[in-house]
Design a protein around this ligand. Sequence first.
Ligand SMILES: Nc1ncnc2c1ncn2[C@@H]1O[C@H](COP(=O)(O)OP(=O)(O)OP(=O)(O)O)[C@@H](O)[C@H]1O
Ligand SMILES: [Mg+2]
Length: 312
Amino acid sequence: MFLSGVNGHADEPAQRSAHVIVCGNEKGGSGKSTTAMHIAVALLRSGYSVATVDLDGRQLSLTHYIDNRKRWARQARIELPAPSHFHVPPANRDTVADMESEEFRQLTEGLTEIQHNHDFVVIDTPGSDTFLNRMAHRIADTLVTPMNDSFVDFDVLAKIDPISHEILDLSQYASAVRDARRQRRQTDSSILDWIVVRNRMASISSRNEQKIDACLRNLSIQLGFRLADGISERVVFREFFPIGLTALDDFEEHILGTKPTLSHLAARQEIRQLIGALRLPTDEVGRKRAALRKRYAEAISRPIALPDIFVN
Ligand SMILES: Nc1ncnc2c1ncn2[C@@H]1O[C@H](COP(=O)(O)OP(=O)(O)OP(=O)(O)O)[C@@H](O)[C@H]1O
Ligand SMILES: [Mg+2]
């Protein structure tokens, strides 16, 4: 993470630290907070130090999820690893500029404190285009975009022809990600790895879903994102929230508060697949891949060197 990237000063000394994962999608209710919590717990359970940031200062879903987890651990007398966490509350100022600058100050102060003593920072964002949301996208190393399995949600990425399903135009969110990517590359030569994951998939695949899948595959090439295997619609995901659990926690009856089911195990399997698909720098291969991405970004932003003979 580079705070110089947030400030936009490319000449500031860069200091490498925590890997930043942002869960983002301007569409509300697509599963950002649920995904953020699952990624954070997956990394904690793998032994990494993790901090989480809630930029949805109005809803505070991730903040409440973590509070519920701590409360449940106390109540059930169990050990549940929890991330260091902070949220940025909406600033109350007279002008938009003052509001943005206050929220920005709170974000940078919070990040400054956590960036050097955590392996990962997971940021949950609101389902709307806000100043802080854009900042988060600019400092992301990995962007995870969950989207509901419908053409209504597809609209957040691109406009498509209703008959041919041909992609006609990029949507505002896709353009914002493209801009964030460009700025990040200019600031510190890093490449944002963007992963889109279909969420709340129906157990029986319909023709409509097959069309969405085909359109997404087509769009992934144009927009440069990777498509992860989807996550099914499962009641257990909604049941986890009030007790702050995730599909990665132990499924013993005294922890779950209920008997584990096949659905719990299937949910865990899907989340593990998603974590694998993120290709985070958690092992030697992941770290090498991240270093290669950085070298590639540096190479493509450098002007092509011409042999001296052309200069004369
Ligand atoms: N795979 C799933 N199966 C069933 N319910 C799910 C699944 N994923 C998320 N949900 C539920 O959908 C609702 C919205 O999820 P979540 O709050 O994670 O979305 P969000 O993108 O953060 O929403 P917002 O834009 O409002 O912040 C929640 O009630 C959550 O429990
Ligand atoms: Mg949310």
